[in-house]
Design a protein around this ligand. Structure first.
Ligand code: PLP
Length: 466
């Protein structure tokens, strides 16, 4: 063994102890750590001939790299829909590295830790009140979940023409209908060879909505003259957290032949609360659903899952099977994750989620979801009182707003830039209905009313000088 490795092995406990202490220092100070930094360095150093060992590497990290660390898992990082890391999720995440399992199989002698993933998906189905007619698995993020789901949809589409696209490539024009897809669905269309421009846009409901207009959807379906199609629908659009009408879509499925995908990256968690579950009523009829865990479930990156109806498992295996050998036996009995999703090797991504669900239970997440939505409303009210205007009503946890008055449109970008520079808060720019806007998304478990007070004060101060 290399001497530096040997030295680290002999000092493992001390190394982990120091790392733990560093974690505690960061996490206990997270409210004061800025949400942005101007720190930078030339990202090149010579590779050491002789290693430093972990403790010295940690020192160098702390001197050169650690100043880049912003409080993206802290309470005032409201850009992008960014969750945080709860204590239980960190336990699971750390242990996933410690145990470093091969999570492919549920039956293999080389390890069957995929059973943990089965159990975790089952817990998630209970949390979201979805039936166990879905088979799920963990991927890095909602982008990969959309990709996985739409890849199975692509295979389904080929089958409607008696073709196997996974084997022979795409030989038919794939019809995609969607109203307000997330950019990652469009990226998935590009990665899947369908084409990022090859989709038909459904009108949205009139009156400041991002949800699809059912009448227009049905007209566009009729224009396809009975041809199959894939519908990409939304449970929570990023700008305004709008939801398509899933009960109406479910009715259309009785008449027309299509694959129904729902992107519920964060909005799917509406299902957890009695107050908001009406938004997702009927969603169990979908063929596939995307949900992110590193957003509202507050586990560290990278964590999301897909749900695909069990009845499609053969299409899924045709799409992702890792060898040309025919799949032997019942795929649900002889199950291996490497045959149903893009990656072969994966970490034990289920573990942070398993710990979170066990540690906080259903009530923990009901409270988290309802606290977030209450804070969004609270922030929105404070904005209205302070010379800002909402660009959309608050449906859930996202606040889309701008500076009041047409003449202030040109100030939106410098205002946001100066606000983010304070390091007190981070929000993302957006354009909504041709207006420059700002988006704040509430999903972090630590955020409270004091954070809103701090941010509103910064915003008021800036308004006076910008
Ligand atoms: C965040 C988000 C995505 C992309 O998720 P990643 O986890 O960043 O890959 C997709 N769809 C919606 C609706 C989202 O909010």
């Amino acid at each position: 063994m290399n001497s530096k490795l040997q030295h680290d092995l002999d000092n493992f406990e001390n190394i982990l102890e120091k790392t733990k202490q560093q974690g505690i220092d960061f996490l206990s100070n997270i409210n004061n750590i800025p949400t942005s930094t101007t720190y930078s360095f030339d990202p090149k150093t010579a590779l050491n001939e002789l290693g430093l060992g972990s403790i010295e590497a940690l020192k160098e990290f702390n001197e050169r790299l650690a100043p880049l660390m912003v409080s993206s898992s802290g309470p005032r990082y409201w850009g992008f829909v960014t969750g945080g890391s709860t204590p239980a999720s960190i336990v699971g995440d750390w242990l996933a590295s410690v145990y470093d399992q091969n999570t492919q199989s549920v039956t293999s002698q080389g390890g069957n830790s995929a059973l943990i993933e089965f159990e975790t998906i089952n817990l998630l189905l209970q949390l979201l009140e979805l039936p166990d007619t879905f088979l799920g698995g963990f991927v890095t993020g909602a982008t990969m979940s959309n990709f996985t789901s739409l890849a199975v949809a692509r295979q389904w589409f080929g089958k409607q023409y008696g073709k196997d696209f996974a084997k022979n490539g795409i030989s038919e024009t794939i019809n995609i209908l969607t109203a307000t897809p997330h950019s990652s669905s469009i990226k998935s269309l590009s990665m899947l060879g369908i084409g990022s421009q090859n989709y038909t846009v459904i009108k949205t409901i009139e009156g400041n909505r991002e949800a699809l207009d059912i009448t227009d959807l049905e007209e566009k379906i009729k224009a396809l003259n009975g041809k199959p199609f894939i519908l990409i629908s939304s449970a929570g659009t990023v700008n305004t957290a709008d939801f398509d009408d899933f009960e109406a879509i479910a009715k259309l499925r009785e008449k027309y032949n299509f694959w129904w995908h729902i992107d519920g990256a964060f909005g799917g968690f509406a299902a957890v609360s009695e107050k908001y579950k009406h938004y997702v009523k009927g969603w169990e009829g979908a063929d596939s659903i995307t949900i992110d865990c590193h957003k509202w479930l507050n586990v560290p990156y990278e964590s999301a899952f897909y749900l695909v109806k069990k009845e499609h498992v053969n299409l899924q295996i045709e799409t992702f099977q890792n060898s040309n050998a025919p799949y032997l036996g019942n795929p649900l009995e002889n199950f291996n994750y490497l045959n149903v999703l893009p990656e072969n090797s994966r970490r034990l991504r289920a573990l942070p989620v398993w710990f979170s669900l066990k540690a906080y239970g259903k009530e923990g997440f009901i409270d988290l979801i309802e606290d977030s939505t209450a804070l969004a409303l609270h922030f929105a009210n404070a904005l209205i009182e302070n010379d800002f205007e909402l660009l959309a009503p608050i449906r859930l946890n996202n606040v889309c707003f701008t500076l009041k008055g047409e003449h202030n449109q040109e100030k939106v970008t410098p205002f946001l830039s100066a606000l983010n520079d304070t390091g007190k808060v981070f929000m993302t720019p957006t354009v909504y209905q041709n207006k420059k806007g700002i988006r704040a998304s509430f999903v972090n478990w630590r955020t409270n009313e004091e954070d809103i007070r701090i941010v509103i004060k910064e915003m008021k101060d800036l308004l006076e000088i910008i």
